[in-house]
Write a protein that binds this ligand. Structure first.
Ligand code: 13P
Ligand code: SF4
Length: 358
């Protein structure tokens, strides 16, 4: 627990925390909407009015009528929700220090520098695509330059949208989602380059840049990077009937060896819809995988790793943070409110709306 929750909340017994959250939710009624990402702790997700992947939660925020929206997730998710909701709605995150390693892999100064370099080295029209796991600055940049936001559930559709509008795509910050989605769409690896922003021309010749179709940012998720293709080989030897499903943020090698790749929502629905007795090797975050294990006890669910990779920032939010947040909102103290600057928000919304219309 960090200092965003007063010390004394730490000492409240768990059952009392749960009772007070339940009571305050009842009192606030329809004026409150709690959104929770699938990687949240069980003790927190049980209080979410809606849980989902990044796309579903963005849509839930867009459709919300509640005055107060409490986002149990990481910072970029709450920021996106503030962009999508109207001026009379307030968005809060119970721990504003809950960031995303992947989103922090690219900042606006770096992206603008690379954009200028790419523009200088080719006459082709370039369409920027930003993964939703990015700061509002990058979404705003993308909106301003005719690009689109995507999530792991619609990256291929977003790439198709972008390919209808330009000759080249510039995808940031997740190299893996970019590469995995492009290869699935039939773009060959030779047409995909990764830009090294510390090197002139990203470390490429003009010819290579000109013949490329997709330019990737060198970002990655430190949690999904931990899944290992060698473990897939071992699992397949031990359980020949196993099906492997990996989040699209996993490495190219892991995704190539998987039967399915997709978003957290797709992982849940494939396992849910599989027959009793199915065996699954899963490449995603531990809170979700352990929840699936507890829910589907008639199936065998294993990690594509010998340990359980955890998103530590998702886990920062605890019931104590949630209670502290809710009690403050009901006392008219707007702590941990996310407010995105209007100009940035307007441009970011263009890129988000393009995705929502896909
Ligand atoms: P989903 O949109 O698939 O839930 O992914 C979000 C995320 O941060 C995965 O690491
Ligand atoms: Fe970000 Fe990775 Fe955590 Fe997802 S799992 S929120 S991409 S750090």
């Amino acid at each position: 627990m960090n200092n965003f929750t007063p010390e004394f909340y730490k000492n409240i017994p768990e059952q009392e925390l749960f009772d007070r959250i339940t009571k305050i939710k009842k009192t606030m009624g329809d004026s409150l909407l709690i959104l929770g990402h699938h990687y949240q702790r069980d003790e927190v997700i049980q209080f979410a009015d809606k849980s989902g992947d990044s796309f579903a939660l963005a849509k839930d925020a867009a459709d919300a009528t509640a005055k107060s929206i409490v986002f149990c997730g990481v910072h970029f998710m709450a920021e996106t929700a503030d962009v999508i909701t109207n001026d009379n709605q307030n968005v809060y995150i119970p721990d504003p220090t809950a960031g995303c390693f992947l989103a922090d892999c690219a900042n606006i100064d770096q992206v603008e520098k690379v954009w200028k370099e790419i523009k200088k080295s080719t006459k082709d029209t370039i369409i920027p695509l930003t993964y939703i796991n990015s700061s509002v600055d990058l979404k705003s940049f993308t909106g301003k330059h005719g690009g689109i936001v995507c999530t792991s559930s619609n990256a291929q559709k977003a790439m198709k949208w972008a390919m209808n509008r330009g000759e080249k795509l510039f995808f940031f910050p997740d190299q893996h989602l970019g590469r995995n989605s492009a290869v699935k769409m039939g773009i060959p690896l030779e047409k995909i380059i990764m830009w090294d922003y510390e090197k002139p021309n990203g470390g490429h010749s003009k010819e290579t840049i000109n013949s490329s179709k997709l330019i990737l940012w060198n970002g990655y998720c430190d949690v999904h990077q931990e899944f290992d293709a060698k473990i897939i080989d071992n699992l397949r030897i031990k359980y020949p009937e196993i099906k492997i499903i990996a989040h699209a943020e996993c490495s190219f090698e892991v995704c190539q060896k998987s039967d399915y790749i997709g978003s957290t929502k797709e992982i849940i629905s494939r396992i849910q819809n599989s027959p009793v007795g199915s065996i699954w090797g899963v490449g995603t975050e531990k809170h979700l995988v352990n929840r699936l294990k507890n829910r589907f006890t008639d199936k065998k669910i294993l990690f594509i790793q010998t340990y359980e990779p955890e998103c530590k920032t998702m886990a920062q939010i605890t019931p104590a943070h949630l209670l502290f947040q809710l009690e403050n909102i009901s006392n008219n103290n707007h702590i941990n409110r996310i407010i995105v600057d209007k100009e940035k928000s307007d441009d970011a919304l263009k890129a988000i709306n393009r995705m929502l219309k896909l």
